[in-house]
Design a protein around this ligand. Structure first.
Ligand code: SF4
Length: 232
């Protein structure tokens, strides 16, 4: 990572963003490449250090980056969005508690070519409404799936109990990909303690199901209420 960032610095890049890996779309076929929770934690720490030493903005779309930036800086820096890391002034901390972490269905959503609306580009199968049939603002304000995603108290398991859930909240697309549940814990976080297998590679928890060749996967442990493919 330092070599990549050094290259971007030489290229006079202003901002470097490491996108989170999400096993969706063709990414589902590369799930073995996902990082372990420890590897992701180490990567995010390196990114934070680079953000203060490289002279360029270094960010990540992994929502845990907000927690890591607070921890690494002793509370002096916070990343309230995927696109900004700043000094953790009182107002920025307050802002981070409202808009921090995963922005799926909260800060953004995805529009598909046929007008279908999804909470995030990384959950294209979750089609909540269609723009050709309803006004966007009606969907945005009233859809129950989006309202759930904005309510961090609805998060399950360790993300739900985590003191950082307001600045982070875990990646909802990863929760969906691994648990088939938008509100499940994000298995990429070292704080998402799932028992003895907590630090295993997320793919180790996967179990294929359905017809042979079906790419749909879930984790078989940790049953949680499923909120998926919601149309209301
Ligand atoms: S447990 Fe969940 S909410 Fe807490 S830091 Fe980890 S991913 Fe974020």
């Amino acid at each position: 990572m330092p070599a990549i960032i050094e290259l971007t610095r030489q290229l006079k890049v202003k901002r470097f963003i490491a996108f989170n890996f999400i096993p969706a779309g063709r990414g589902a076929d590369a799930v073995e490449l996902d990082l372990t929770p420890e590897q992701r934690e180490e990567l995010l720490k390196q990114l934070f250090i680079q953000s203060h030493t490289s002279g360029i903005e270094v960010l990540s779309t992994a929502p845990q980056y907000a927690r890591v930036s607070l921890e690494c800086s002793g509370g002096a820096s916070v990343a309230p969005t995927h696109f900004y890391l700043g000094e953790a002034s009182w107002d920025l901390k307050v802002l981070a508690d409202f808009i921090g972490g995963c922005g799926a269905g909260r800060l953004y959503c995805a529009l598909q070519p046929n007008g279908d609306v999804s909470p995030c580009v990384f959950m294209p199968d979750v089609r909540i409404r269609n723009l050709r049939k309803e006004r966007f603002m009606d969907i945005w304000h009233n859809n129950r799936t989006l309202i759930k995603l904005r309510d961090r108290s609805s998060l399950q398991s360790n993300c739900g109990k985590c003191e950082h859930k307001f600045v982070c909240g875990g990646c909802r697309a990863r929760a969906l990909a691994y648990f088939d549940d938008l509100l499940a814990p994000d298995p990429s976080c070292i704080l998402t303690s799932l028992g003895p297998q907590a630090t295993a590679h997320p793919a180790d928890h996967l179990q294929k199901f359905g017809p042979e060749g079906n790419l749909k996967r879930i984790i078989c442990r940790q049953p949680t209420p499923v909120l998926k493919h919601a149309s209301d």
